[in-house]
Design a protein around this ligand. Sequence first.
Ligand code: ADP
Ligand code: MG
Length: 665
Amino acid sequence: MGQIVGIDLGTTNSVVGVIEAGRPIVIANSEGTRTTPSIVGFTKDSEIVIGDQARRQLVLNPKNTFYNLKRFIGREWDELDEISISVPYNVKSNESGSVRILSPNTGREYASEELISSLIRKLINDAETYLGDTIDSAVITVPAYFNESQRQATKDSALLAGIKVDRILNEPTAAALAYGFEKSSSNNVLVFDLGGGTFDVSLLKISNGVFDVKATCGDTQLGGNNFDSKIVDWLAERFLAEHKIDLRRDRQALQRLTEAAEKAKCELSGLQKTKISLPFITTNDDGPLHIEEDINRKLFESLCQDLLDRLLEPVQIALDDSGWEPDEIDEVVLVGGSTRIPMVQQLVKTLVPNEPCQSVNPDEVVAIGAAIQSGIISGDLRDLLLNDVTPLSLGLETIGGLMKVLIPRNTPIPVRQSDVFSTSESNQSSVVVQVRQGERPLAAENKSLGKFRLSGIPPAPRGIPQVQVAFDIDANGLLEVSATDKTTGRKQTVSISGGSNLNEQEINSIISEAKSKANEDRKKRSVIDRKNNALTLIAQAERRLRDASLEFGPYGAERQQRAVELAIQDVEEFIDDDDPQELELSVSALQEALFGLNRRFAAEKKNDNNPFQGIKNTFGSLKDELFSDDYWDEDPWDNEMNSNYRNSSYRNSRDDDPWDNDYFL
Ligand code: ADP
Ligand code: MG
């Protein structure tokens, strides 16, 4: 059997780690560097180049050199924002709305999964050379907020490269795994990961080898690239003002500007000022033009203020979600090359009072964590457990359009939750399970992940059939939903993969929207609740009336029955009105009338010499049995009336409180 490795498949750089002699190490690539640029290109001769080689042709061959591919993985064209598609190569949508990348040199278009699989193949080839052994599976890391289709697409890329994925691991979790390795004390840890293209914040509780992710948040469209762009814009604007030429319109010039900007940015992490020189950047009528600029740290920082602001909110949300105060954080782990920017480090210090821990190399920590996870899987390392959490609440739509949450946000995974639902109409033969993800109480406001129908439910009154709906999330965050009719055992299952396409910004906006609309939603929800409750009460009252006419005959409890009938009419009249008070009044009148009728039943039960025998006479001594608890287990009859009775008895035993928490589909 071949070996297993851990891969940090970064937006900008990828790193491979492995367990050697019981310790995680990073494997250098064939060029001798420990990180490989996540870049794939095609030369003039249509030959594929990957990593450093591809990076080298960025300037001369921008249309055939593909970077930032991770922004496209598992995403539809419609989901991409301006920043993601403003790359010097051609990205387009195919007929089915998927993202395709064009290479003029090969004359072909590629899915991002295909190009990323070439990158994975190179990483694996190089690692196999180093290890002198074959590798057949891997642990691959992804940003915490990757949705199901992005995770699935990452797996697919590895499969295309001939590698089985043993585990998809969240990057910040991997970082914490690396950090917590060999540490036994109990710690609350904040992982702050700012890479080239993504930003993740995670709060973890680590104790005695157990990693528990309490909350995660971030921004998939924020990273070191954005800092580069600030310098690019600054350079381009100055050039435009002086020469009336916008260099950003010239692909090659833009690529050179970007490279120079990144270099300057990295230098400014260690130096106070640096020089940017780009000779022969373009030409005008007077001849060649050059860029020669000084930039200092202060200027760079002033250009990037808004990016700093964007880093704040996800940290705040994650803290809120975890319920921790900043001073409850024991350790802060900085991950990703961009955490070397001094002002980013400063910002982290203003958020959490402790000094960030820098004993872990920010470029390698994720790959080290992935290697550790691979060691746990292969059995080379033991005694470590790992829990991730769900980023958003998962639930389903119930009658009236309400969201019933089965798995709340930030629940540790893997997890399985189920609940019992029933029909909202009598003789309803199927139920629709509409799976949704989000924080709003009204289902329609949350993202639909898919729906399916469970049919073949035997005819029965509203609320009788019992449908068990279960949500199962595996360790990779992939969701499976099943619905089982408890009477027939009929079952329907769907795997929700590729159904969800929420990115992290969407997740954040969903959470903040839910917060801001909380009041409005509460009102809408209470209208629906009131209506549902009124319907439940009517159904219950109607059953009680049927019981009463059997029990007492048409006139036996005429006054009480009439009162209930009238009260039902009132409730029905107000049910669709907008006046909550009228509905509430009519509902309490119906409750009161029902109470009167129920008292009549109680009196009847006590009174042996009841003169109003009614239909009871027909059934003789069965009456008492009808209301005894164990009656229905005996199942003495086998006809229609029996099943109605059975149902009403069953409902009565559950329906003492009409405002109970039944969920109807
Ligand atoms: P990813 O996880 O997205 O692959 P990395 O963690 O490798 O990214 O970080 C890459 C980013 O870090 C790039 O934007 C790079 O410019 C930036 N970076 C690397 N070194 C430094 C540095 N010394 N100062 C500032 N930024 C840096
Ligand atoms: Mg990274």
